[in-house]
Design a binder for this molecule. Sequence first.
Ligand SMILES: [Zn+2]
Length: 428
Amino acid sequence: MAHTIHDMIDRFAMIGATPGGGVRRLTGSTEDGVVRELFVTEAQARGAEIHIDRIGNTFATFRLAPGSDTAVLTGSHLDSQPTGGRFDGALGVIASLLAAESVAERLKQSGAVARHNLTVVNWTNEEGARYQPSLTGSSVFIGTMPLDRALAMQDRNGIKLADELDRIGFRGTEDWPLRPVHYLELHVEQGGRLEAEEIEIGLVHESWSTAKLTIAFLGEPSHTGPTPMPKRRDAMRAAAFAITRFHEVMDEAARDRLFHWSAARIVVEPDSPNVVASRVTVWFEIRNRDEATVRDMGQRFLAAIRPEVARQQIGLEMVAEEVRPRIRLDAAGLKVLGAAAQSLGKTTLDMETITGHDALAVQSGMPGTLFFVPSVGGLSHNEAEFTKPADIENGLAVMEAALWQMVLRPEGERLPNGSVDPLPEPTV
Ligand SMILES: [Zn+2]
Protein backbone atom coordinates (compact mmCIF):
# COMPACT_ATOMS: atom_id res chain seq x y z
CA MET A 1 0.00 0.00 0.00
CA ALA A 2 2.84 2.38 0.85
CA HIS A 3 4.33 1.83 -2.58
CA THR A 4 0.94 2.23 -4.26
CA ILE A 5 0.21 5.66 -2.87
CA HIS A 6 3.48 7.23 -4.05
CA ASP A 7 3.05 5.65 -7.44
CA MET A 8 -0.51 6.91 -7.65
CA ILE A 9 0.43 10.46 -6.58
CA ASP A 10 3.05 10.48 -9.35
CA ARG A 11 0.51 9.39 -11.92
CA PHE A 12 -2.01 12.05 -10.90
CA ALA A 13 0.75 14.69 -10.83
CA MET A 14 1.61 13.97 -14.47
CA ILE A 15 -1.72 15.47 -15.48
CA GLY A 16 -1.22 19.20 -15.89
CA ALA A 17 2.41 18.85 -14.77
CA THR A 18 4.36 22.13 -14.82
CA PRO A 19 8.09 22.52 -15.51
CA GLY A 20 8.63 23.52 -11.88
CA GLY A 21 7.37 20.18 -10.57
CA GLY A 22 3.87 21.32 -9.70
CA VAL A 23 0.51 21.05 -11.43
CA ARG A 24 -1.88 23.32 -13.27
CA ARG A 25 -5.38 21.89 -13.28
CA LEU A 26 -7.80 24.77 -13.32
CA THR A 27 -11.44 23.88 -12.77
CA GLY A 28 -13.19 22.88 -15.97
CA SER A 29 -9.97 22.79 -17.99
CA THR A 30 -9.00 19.86 -20.19
CA GLU A 31 -6.50 18.79 -17.49
CA ASP A 32 -9.29 18.85 -14.91
CA GLY A 33 -11.27 16.53 -17.19
CA VAL A 34 -8.34 14.13 -17.63
CA VAL A 35 -7.59 13.92 -13.92
CA ARG A 36 -11.27 13.31 -13.16
CA GLU A 37 -11.28 10.47 -15.71
CA LEU A 38 -8.26 8.93 -13.98
CA PHE A 39 -10.04 9.16 -10.63
CA VAL A 40 -13.13 7.43 -12.07
CA THR A 41 -11.03 4.70 -13.70
CA GLU A 42 -9.04 4.01 -10.54
CA ALA A 43 -12.19 3.97 -8.39
CA GLN A 44 -14.07 1.63 -10.72
CA ALA A 45 -11.08 -0.70 -10.88
CA ARG A 46 -11.39 -1.00 -7.10
CA GLY A 47 -15.06 -1.87 -7.23
CA ALA A 48 -16.59 1.55 -6.55
CA GLU A 49 -19.74 2.82 -8.26
CA ILE A 50 -19.68 6.34 -9.67
CA HIS A 51 -22.19 9.18 -9.38
CA ILE A 52 -21.64 12.65 -10.80
CA ASP A 53 -23.92 15.38 -9.52
CA ARG A 54 -25.10 18.55 -11.26
CA ILE A 55 -22.11 20.63 -10.20
CA GLY A 56 -19.67 17.88 -11.19
CA ASN A 57 -18.84 16.54 -7.74
CA THR A 58 -17.75 12.97 -8.38
CA PHE A 59 -18.65 10.28 -5.85
CA ALA A 60 -17.07 6.80 -5.81
CA THR A 61 -19.03 4.54 -3.50
CA PHE A 62 -17.95 1.27 -1.93
CA ARG A 63 -21.13 -0.56 -0.97
CA LEU A 64 -20.03 -1.83 2.40
CA ALA A 65 -23.52 -1.79 3.89
CA PRO A 66 -25.86 -2.56 1.00
CA GLY A 67 -28.95 -2.44 3.20
CA SER A 68 -28.17 1.06 4.44
CA ASP A 69 -28.75 4.44 2.81
CA THR A 70 -25.99 6.08 4.85
CA ALA A 71 -22.34 6.62 4.02
CA VAL A 72 -19.16 7.99 5.46
CA LEU A 73 -17.86 10.52 2.96
CA THR A 74 -14.16 11.15 2.50
CA GLY A 75 -12.14 13.06 -0.08
CA SER A 76 -10.77 16.41 -1.16
CA HIS A 77 -10.13 18.06 -4.53
CA LEU A 78 -8.18 17.44 -7.73
CA ASP A 79 -8.30 20.97 -9.13
CA SER A 80 -5.30 23.23 -8.49
CA GLN A 81 -4.01 26.78 -8.49
CA PRO A 82 -2.34 28.02 -11.72
CA THR A 83 1.04 27.07 -10.22
CA GLY A 84 -0.17 24.57 -7.66
CA GLY A 85 1.54 21.84 -5.69
CA ARG A 86 1.17 18.16 -6.52
CA PHE A 87 -0.14 17.16 -3.06
CA ASP A 88 -2.62 19.97 -2.40
CA GLY A 89 -6.00 18.27 -2.65
CA ALA A 90 -4.78 15.28 -4.66
CA LEU A 91 -3.29 13.65 -1.55
CA GLY A 92 -6.69 13.71 0.16
CA VAL A 93 -8.52 12.16 -2.80
CA ILE A 94 -5.90 9.48 -3.47
CA ALA A 95 -5.43 8.53 0.20
CA SER A 96 -9.23 8.33 0.58
CA LEU A 97 -9.49 5.98 -2.38
CA LEU A 98 -6.74 3.65 -1.18
CA ALA A 99 -7.97 3.75 2.41
CA ALA A 100 -11.52 2.95 1.28
CA GLU A 101 -10.24 0.03 -0.74
CA SER A 102 -8.38 -1.42 2.22
CA VAL A 103 -11.33 -0.87 4.58
CA ALA A 104 -13.48 -2.83 2.10
CA GLU A 105 -10.92 -5.66 1.97
CA ARG A 106 -10.54 -5.74 5.72
CA LEU A 107 -14.31 -6.01 6.15
CA LYS A 108 -14.45 -8.98 3.80
CA GLN A 109 -11.63 -10.74 5.63
CA SER A 110 -12.76 -10.00 9.16
CA GLY A 111 -16.47 -10.59 8.71
CA ALA A 112 -17.17 -7.38 10.64
CA VAL A 113 -20.46 -5.68 9.76
CA ALA A 114 -20.34 -2.13 8.44
CA ARG A 115 -23.18 0.17 9.40
CA HIS A 116 -22.43 2.64 6.60
CA ASN A 117 -21.24 2.66 3.03
CA LEU A 118 -18.03 4.47 2.20
CA THR A 119 -17.81 7.13 -0.52
CA VAL A 120 -14.79 8.94 -1.87
CA VAL A 121 -15.57 12.38 -3.30
CA ASN A 122 -13.70 14.76 -5.58
CA TRP A 123 -15.30 18.19 -5.04
CA THR A 124 -15.58 20.65 -7.95
CA ASN A 125 -13.61 23.91 -7.77
CA GLU A 126 -12.22 23.83 -4.28
CA GLU A 127 -9.47 26.28 -5.20
CA GLY A 128 -11.45 29.14 -6.66
CA ALA A 129 -8.54 30.04 -8.94
CA ARG A 130 -10.46 30.24 -12.19
CA TYR A 131 -13.97 30.58 -10.78
CA GLN A 132 -14.90 32.49 -7.63
CA PRO A 133 -16.02 31.81 -5.01
CA SER A 134 -13.99 28.75 -4.03
CA LEU A 135 -15.35 25.61 -2.28
CA THR A 136 -18.05 25.52 -4.95
CA GLY A 137 -18.90 21.83 -5.16
CA SER A 138 -19.02 21.25 -1.43
CA SER A 139 -21.07 24.41 -0.86
CA VAL A 140 -23.63 23.42 -3.51
CA PHE A 141 -23.76 19.90 -2.09
CA ILE A 142 -24.52 21.13 1.42
CA GLY A 143 -26.96 23.78 0.15
CA THR A 144 -25.17 26.99 1.07
CA MET A 145 -24.65 27.99 -2.58
CA PRO A 146 -27.47 27.75 -5.14
CA LEU A 147 -26.70 25.39 -8.02
CA ASP A 148 -27.77 27.96 -10.64
CA ARG A 149 -25.40 30.57 -9.28
CA ALA A 150 -22.51 28.11 -9.25
CA LEU A 151 -23.12 26.93 -12.82
CA ALA A 152 -23.40 30.54 -14.02
CA MET A 153 -20.00 31.57 -12.62
CA GLN A 154 -17.74 32.96 -15.35
CA ASP A 155 -13.99 32.97 -15.66
CA ARG A 156 -12.10 36.09 -16.75
CA ASN A 157 -12.89 35.30 -20.40
CA GLY A 158 -16.60 34.99 -19.73
CA ILE A 159 -16.62 31.20 -20.03
CA LYS A 160 -19.26 29.63 -17.81
CA LEU A 161 -18.51 26.81 -15.42
CA ALA A 162 -21.59 24.96 -16.71
CA ASP A 163 -20.22 24.96 -20.26
CA GLU A 164 -16.77 23.79 -19.19
CA LEU A 165 -18.25 20.95 -17.11
CA ASP A 166 -20.28 19.96 -20.19
CA ARG A 167 -17.19 20.09 -22.37
CA ILE A 168 -15.14 17.81 -20.13
CA GLY A 169 -18.09 15.47 -19.57
CA PHE A 170 -18.50 16.10 -15.87
CA ARG A 171 -21.75 17.99 -15.60
CA GLY A 172 -23.76 15.18 -14.08
CA THR A 173 -27.49 14.70 -13.94
CA GLU A 174 -27.97 12.68 -10.81
CA ASP A 175 -27.79 13.08 -7.08
CA TRP A 176 -25.53 10.95 -4.99
CA PRO A 177 -28.15 8.54 -3.60
CA LEU A 178 -26.86 8.21 -0.04
CA ARG A 179 -27.07 10.23 3.14
CA PRO A 180 -23.75 11.29 4.68
CA VAL A 181 -23.14 10.63 8.37
CA HIS A 182 -19.63 12.05 8.47
CA TYR A 183 -17.04 13.75 6.29
CA LEU A 184 -13.31 13.07 6.72
CA GLU A 185 -10.58 14.98 4.88
CA LEU A 186 -6.81 14.67 4.84
CA HIS A 187 -4.86 17.66 3.51
CA VAL A 188 -1.29 18.88 3.52
CA GLU A 189 -0.81 21.50 6.20
CA GLN A 190 0.10 24.48 3.94
CA GLY A 191 1.97 25.98 6.86
CA GLY A 192 5.14 25.15 8.76
CA ARG A 193 3.96 24.33 12.26
CA LEU A 194 3.96 20.53 12.14
CA GLU A 195 7.40 20.46 10.59
CA ALA A 196 8.80 22.99 13.07
CA GLU A 197 7.43 21.09 16.05
CA GLU A 198 8.29 17.69 14.54
CA ILE A 199 4.72 16.43 14.80
CA GLU A 200 3.30 13.83 12.42
CA ILE A 201 -0.45 14.53 12.43
CA GLY A 202 -2.32 17.82 12.88
CA LEU A 203 -5.83 17.52 14.32
CA VAL A 204 -7.79 20.54 13.15
CA HIS A 205 -10.17 21.89 15.77
CA GLU A 206 -11.28 25.10 14.13
CA SER A 207 -10.74 27.53 11.33
CA TRP A 208 -9.92 31.17 11.12
CA SER A 209 -12.47 33.59 9.76
CA THR A 210 -11.87 35.26 6.40
CA ALA A 211 -13.32 38.43 4.90
CA LYS A 212 -13.13 38.50 1.13
CA LEU A 213 -13.82 41.91 -0.36
CA THR A 214 -13.95 42.32 -4.12
CA ILE A 215 -13.96 46.03 -4.88
CA ALA A 216 -14.22 47.75 -8.24
CA PHE A 217 -12.77 51.26 -8.69
CA LEU A 218 -14.77 53.16 -11.27
CA GLY A 219 -13.23 55.86 -13.40
CA GLU A 220 -13.56 56.90 -17.03
CA PRO A 221 -11.69 55.71 -20.12
CA SER A 222 -9.65 58.36 -21.93
CA HIS A 223 -6.51 58.60 -24.06
CA THR A 224 -3.33 58.38 -21.94
CA GLY A 225 -1.70 60.97 -24.25
CA PRO A 226 -3.73 64.09 -24.85
CA THR A 227 -6.19 63.97 -21.93
CA PRO A 228 -5.23 66.81 -19.53
CA MET A 229 -4.25 65.45 -16.13
CA PRO A 230 -7.00 67.26 -14.18
CA LYS A 231 -9.62 65.72 -16.47
CA ARG A 232 -8.58 62.12 -15.90
CA ARG A 233 -10.56 59.80 -13.68
CA ASP A 234 -7.95 57.08 -13.33
CA ALA A 235 -9.29 53.91 -11.71
CA MET A 236 -5.82 52.35 -11.69
CA ARG A 237 -4.42 55.22 -9.65
CA ALA A 238 -7.20 54.88 -7.08
CA ALA A 239 -6.75 51.10 -6.91
CA ALA A 240 -3.01 51.49 -6.40
CA PHE A 241 -3.64 53.94 -3.59
CA ALA A 242 -6.19 51.57 -2.01
CA ILE A 243 -3.84 48.59 -2.12
CA THR A 244 -1.06 50.58 -0.48
CA ARG A 245 -3.42 51.97 2.17
CA PHE A 246 -4.80 48.46 2.78
CA HIS A 247 -1.34 47.19 3.70
CA GLU A 248 -0.72 50.20 5.94
CA VAL A 249 -3.97 49.72 7.82
CA MET A 250 -3.34 46.01 8.23
CA ASP A 251 0.31 46.46 9.25
CA GLU A 252 -0.86 48.74 12.01
CA ALA A 253 -3.61 46.39 13.22
CA ALA A 254 -1.19 43.47 13.16
CA ARG A 255 0.92 45.06 15.87
CA ASP A 256 -1.65 43.89 18.42
CA ARG A 257 -3.35 40.89 16.84
CA LEU A 258 -2.36 38.17 14.43
CA PHE A 259 -3.71 38.81 10.93
CA HIS A 260 -2.96 37.41 7.49
CA TRP A 261 -4.04 39.51 4.52
CA SER A 262 -3.54 39.97 0.81
CA ALA A 263 -4.55 41.90 -2.28
CA ALA A 264 -3.68 39.20 -4.79
CA ARG A 265 -5.77 39.65 -7.90
CA ILE A 266 -6.49 42.63 -10.08
CA VAL A 267 -8.49 43.00 -13.28
CA VAL A 268 -8.03 46.14 -15.33
CA GLU A 269 -10.50 47.39 -17.93
CA PRO A 270 -10.20 48.14 -20.77
CA ASP A 271 -6.64 46.85 -20.20
CA SER A 272 -4.78 48.86 -22.81
CA PRO A 273 -1.54 50.78 -22.22
CA ASN A 274 -3.07 53.71 -24.09
CA VAL A 275 -6.33 54.02 -22.19
CA VAL A 276 -6.69 55.42 -18.67
CA ALA A 277 -8.23 52.52 -16.76
CA SER A 278 -11.97 52.92 -16.36
CA ARG A 279 -12.61 49.98 -14.09
CA VAL A 280 -10.16 48.18 -11.86
CA THR A 281 -11.30 45.29 -9.69
CA VAL A 282 -9.18 44.16 -6.76
CA TRP A 283 -9.60 41.08 -4.57
CA PHE A 284 -8.77 41.79 -0.90
CA GLU A 285 -8.63 39.15 1.86
CA ILE A 286 -8.36 39.59 5.63
CA ARG A 287 -7.91 36.59 7.93
CA ASN A 288 -8.04 36.37 11.71
CA ARG A 289 -9.46 33.73 14.02
CA ASP A 290 -12.34 36.02 15.01
CA GLU A 291 -15.23 36.83 12.69
CA ALA A 292 -16.15 40.18 14.27
CA THR A 293 -12.53 41.26 13.95
CA VAL A 294 -12.25 40.58 10.20
CA ARG A 295 -15.57 42.36 9.63
CA ASP A 296 -14.35 45.32 11.62
CA MET A 297 -11.05 45.46 9.71
CA GLY A 298 -12.94 45.41 6.41
CA GLN A 299 -14.91 48.47 7.55
CA ARG A 300 -11.80 50.21 8.84
CA PHE A 301 -10.07 49.67 5.51
CA LEU A 302 -13.02 51.08 3.57
CA ALA A 303 -13.19 54.11 5.84
CA ALA A 304 -9.47 54.67 5.33
CA ILE A 305 -9.69 54.82 1.52
CA ARG A 306 -13.06 56.51 0.92
CA PRO A 307 -12.05 60.19 1.23
CA GLU A 308 -9.05 59.97 -1.11
CA VAL A 309 -10.85 57.79 -3.65
CA ALA A 310 -13.72 60.32 -3.67
CA ARG A 311 -11.26 63.18 -4.05
CA GLN A 312 -9.95 61.47 -7.18
CA GLN A 313 -13.58 61.32 -8.43
CA ILE A 314 -13.49 57.56 -8.54
CA GLY A 315 -16.51 55.45 -7.65
CA LEU A 316 -16.38 52.43 -5.39
CA GLU A 317 -18.46 49.35 -6.11
CA MET A 318 -18.55 46.43 -3.69
CA VAL A 319 -18.69 43.59 -6.23
CA ALA A 320 -18.67 40.83 -3.63
CA GLU A 321 -18.39 40.83 0.14
CA GLU A 322 -18.11 37.47 1.77
CA VAL A 323 -17.25 36.68 5.35
CA ARG A 324 -16.39 33.08 6.06
CA PRO A 325 -17.14 32.40 9.71
CA ARG A 326 -14.86 30.79 12.21
CA ILE A 327 -15.90 27.14 12.21
CA ARG A 328 -15.50 24.60 14.96
CA LEU A 329 -15.02 21.11 13.54
CA ASP A 330 -16.90 18.09 14.86
CA ALA A 331 -15.66 17.03 18.29
CA ALA A 332 -16.69 13.38 18.04
CA GLY A 333 -14.79 12.99 14.77
CA LEU A 334 -11.71 14.55 16.31
CA LYS A 335 -11.84 11.95 19.06
CA VAL A 336 -12.03 9.10 16.55
CA LEU A 337 -9.15 10.60 14.60
CA GLY A 338 -7.04 11.25 17.70
CA ALA A 339 -7.56 7.68 18.89
CA ALA A 340 -6.66 6.36 15.44
CA ALA A 341 -3.42 8.34 15.42
CA GLN A 342 -2.61 7.26 18.94
CA SER A 343 -3.24 3.59 18.20
CA LEU A 344 -0.63 3.86 15.45
CA GLY A 345 1.85 5.63 17.72
CA LYS A 346 1.74 8.89 15.73
CA THR A 347 2.40 12.22 17.39
CA THR A 348 -0.46 14.73 17.15
CA LEU A 349 -0.99 18.44 17.58
CA ASP A 350 -4.31 20.24 18.11
CA MET A 351 -4.34 23.13 15.68
CA GLU A 352 -6.33 25.66 13.67
CA THR A 353 -6.55 26.00 9.93
CA ILE A 354 -6.04 29.40 8.37
CA THR A 355 -7.00 28.15 4.91
CA GLY A 356 -10.47 27.19 3.74
CA HIS A 357 -11.28 23.54 3.10
CA ASP A 358 -14.24 21.52 1.89
CA ALA A 359 -14.46 20.00 5.40
CA LEU A 360 -15.34 23.49 6.66
CA ALA A 361 -17.82 24.11 3.86
CA VAL A 362 -19.83 20.96 4.61
CA GLN A 363 -19.74 21.46 8.37
CA SER A 364 -23.09 23.26 8.39
CA GLY A 365 -24.83 20.10 7.19
CA MET A 366 -22.85 17.20 8.57
CA PRO A 367 -20.08 16.53 11.06
CA GLY A 368 -16.74 17.14 9.39
CA THR A 369 -13.25 16.17 10.42
CA LEU A 370 -10.03 17.53 8.97
CA PHE A 371 -6.44 16.51 9.59
CA PHE A 372 -3.06 17.56 8.27
CA VAL A 373 0.32 16.08 7.48
CA PRO A 374 3.38 18.36 7.31
CA SER A 375 4.38 20.44 4.26
CA VAL A 376 8.13 20.94 3.97
CA GLY A 377 8.96 24.58 4.65
CA GLY A 378 5.24 25.34 4.90
CA LEU A 379 5.25 26.01 1.17
CA SER A 380 1.83 26.01 -0.52
CA HIS A 381 0.14 27.19 -3.70
CA ASN A 382 3.63 26.80 -5.11
CA GLU A 383 5.06 24.26 -7.54
CA ALA A 384 7.74 23.31 -5.02
CA GLU A 385 5.18 22.27 -2.36
CA PHE A 386 6.37 18.95 -0.93
CA THR A 387 5.31 16.38 1.63
CA LYS A 388 7.75 13.62 2.60
CA PRO A 389 6.92 9.99 1.76
CA ALA A 390 6.84 8.97 5.43
CA ASP A 391 4.32 11.72 6.19
CA ILE A 392 2.13 10.61 3.31
CA GLU A 393 2.19 7.06 4.65
CA ASN A 394 1.30 8.32 8.13
CA GLY A 395 -1.67 10.21 6.72
CA LEU A 396 -2.88 7.17 4.82
CA ALA A 397 -2.52 4.88 7.85
CA VAL A 398 -4.41 7.28 10.15
CA MET A 399 -7.11 7.70 7.53
CA GLU A 400 -7.57 3.93 7.19
CA ALA A 401 -7.81 3.48 10.95
CA ALA A 402 -10.28 6.37 11.32
CA LEU A 403 -12.48 5.28 8.40
CA TRP A 404 -12.58 1.76 9.81
CA GLN A 405 -14.02 3.13 13.07
CA MET A 406 -16.38 5.47 11.27
CA VAL A 407 -18.03 2.85 9.05
CA LEU A 408 -18.55 0.51 12.01
CA ARG A 409 -19.87 2.93 14.60
CA PRO A 410 -23.52 3.86 14.90
CA GLU A 411 -24.59 7.23 13.62
CA GLY A 412 -23.52 9.25 16.61
CA GLU A 413 -24.96 12.25 18.27
CA ARG A 414 -22.86 15.29 17.62
CA LEU A 415 -20.99 16.27 20.72
CA PRO A 416 -21.80 19.85 21.67
CA ASN A 417 -19.30 22.35 20.33
CA GLY A 418 -18.06 23.17 23.78
CA SER A 419 -16.83 19.65 24.36
CA VAL A 420 -13.51 20.38 22.74
CA ASP A 421 -11.51 23.03 24.52
CA PRO A 422 -10.90 26.12 22.43
CA LEU A 423 -7.27 26.67 21.52
CA PRO A 424 -5.38 29.56 23.10
CA GLU A 425 -5.12 32.89 21.28
CA PRO A 426 -2.19 32.76 18.86
CA THR A 427 0.59 35.26 19.54
CA VAL A 428 1.73 37.91 17.10
ZN1 LIG B 1 -6.31 22.18 -1.15
